[in-house]
Design a protein around this ligand. Structure first.
Ligand code: ACO
Ligand code: V55
Length: 309
């Protein structure tokens, strides 16, 4: 498979496009991908650009070498900003939170964190900021803040209580004890853990599943999940009907829905409980459009033929 490598946003972030997937790599391997202010700026630019780039149907966030990211850079993010004063600290925080949770949590494309290795402290915020996460069983994660003298800020504590149970969150925040990828899956911090040698393959497989869905409906489904979490049942019911209706006005979502109902109810061609509806008509319409999309569709079709429908 031909891979195109571009790094127009600098050295700390790498982007590779591959059949509808944008692999975004935190790239300071000699510093275990510790997140410094430069990476923050380059991540903001990267996410901003990929949001409007058709080559990015799904965004995967990962790290170069043996690390996802060893948290915030203790030298450049903490020690150097300590010396520089309030305004500099506040600017560094603003840029950091811009990509780590403000932008990521509401990202218009589906996002997957691929936790390939060391993942500490500040790395939890973008990891949880992604919609889904897969870890290598061999990865080592931890809330190491308490081990060196701070509490998990930068919304790390928020990310942890949103994913882990209450007792587990307190346990790992208070002890700073490291744990592996398998344990991260048990804790609900990631969706699943697989052996490192299968990590990329499994992540790609999950991304391809997401690429098959109607993108407007998928976007609204994920945003609605995040919103209704803190609503009461009455407000949530109204909100979901409004969003369900709204999503049908975007792109080919209404055609997709109508076609799927026909294929199930009239033609008895497929069963929505068991598989994704493949809209052959709109696939043809799209085929002149974008190379990456075409490639992804073709791959998905081939896969469904192989599996005997
Ligand atoms: N900030 C700054 N530099 C870092 C960081 C970091 N968070 N993590 C690693 N590095 C640097 C090391 O200083 C070292 O630099 P050098 O080669 O210039 O001396 C290089 O990365 C390699 O790290 P080593 O410690 O030599 O690698 P090792 O494999 O022995 O250990 C480990 C890896 C466990 C990740 C270790 O580097 C570590 O504990 N890092 C800090 C993890 C952490 O607690 N991060 C902060 C979380 S709290 C927060 O983010 C707010
Ligand atoms: C921390 C993390 C931050 C931050 C300040 O977990 C402290 C410690 C993720 O950003 O801005």
């Amino acid at each position: 498979m031909a891979k195109k490598k571009t790094d127009p946003w600098g050295d700390t972030v790498l982007v590779e496009f591959d059949a509808g997937i944008a692999w975004v790599t935190m790239n300071r391997p000699s510093k275990k991908n510790a997140i410094n202010p430069t990476m923050g700026r380059e991540m903001c630019a990267t996410l901003e650009t990929l949001a409007l780039d058709d080559r990015c149907g799904v965004m995967v966030l990962t790290g170069a070498g043996d690390s996802f990211a060893a948290g915030m850079d203790l030298q450049e993010y903490f020690r150097e900003t300590d010396d520089a004063g309030d305004e500099v600290i506040m600017k560094a925080r603003r840029i950091n939170e811009e990509w780590q949770w403000r932008r990521l949590r509401d990202y218009p494309k589906p996002t997957i964190a691929m936790v390939n290795g060391w993942c500490f402290g500040g790395a939890f915020t973008p990891m949880v900021g992604c919609d889904l996460a897969i870890a290598a069983e061999e990865a080592t994660l931890g809330l190491s803040e308490i081990n060196w003298g701070i509490l998990p800020a930068g919304n790390v504590t928020k990310a942890v209580v949103e994913t882990m149970g209450y007792r587990d969150a307190l346990y790992y925040i208070m002890t700073g004890e490291p744990f592996d990828g398998k344990r991260a899956a048990e804790l609900g911090l990631v969706n699943e853990a697989v052996p490192l040698r299968q990590l990329r393959r499994r992540t790609r497989e999950l991304a391809v599943t997401l690429l098959e869905k109607n993108p407007a409906v998928l976007r609204n489904a994920k945003l609605a999940t995040k919103r209704v979490r803190y609503m009461d049942w009455e407000v949530s019911a109204d909100y979901l009907y409004a969003k369900m209706g709204e999503a049908l006005f975007f792109g080919e979502a209404a055609d997709n829905r109508r076609g799927a109902m026909k294929a199930f109810l009239d033609d008895k061609e497929y069963r929505p409980g068991l598989e994704h509806y493949k809209d052959t008509k709109s696939a043809k319409k799209k085929s002149g459009k974008k190379k990456a999309k075409k490639k992804a569709k073709k791959k998905a079709k081939k896969k469904s033929r192989k599996s005997g429908k």
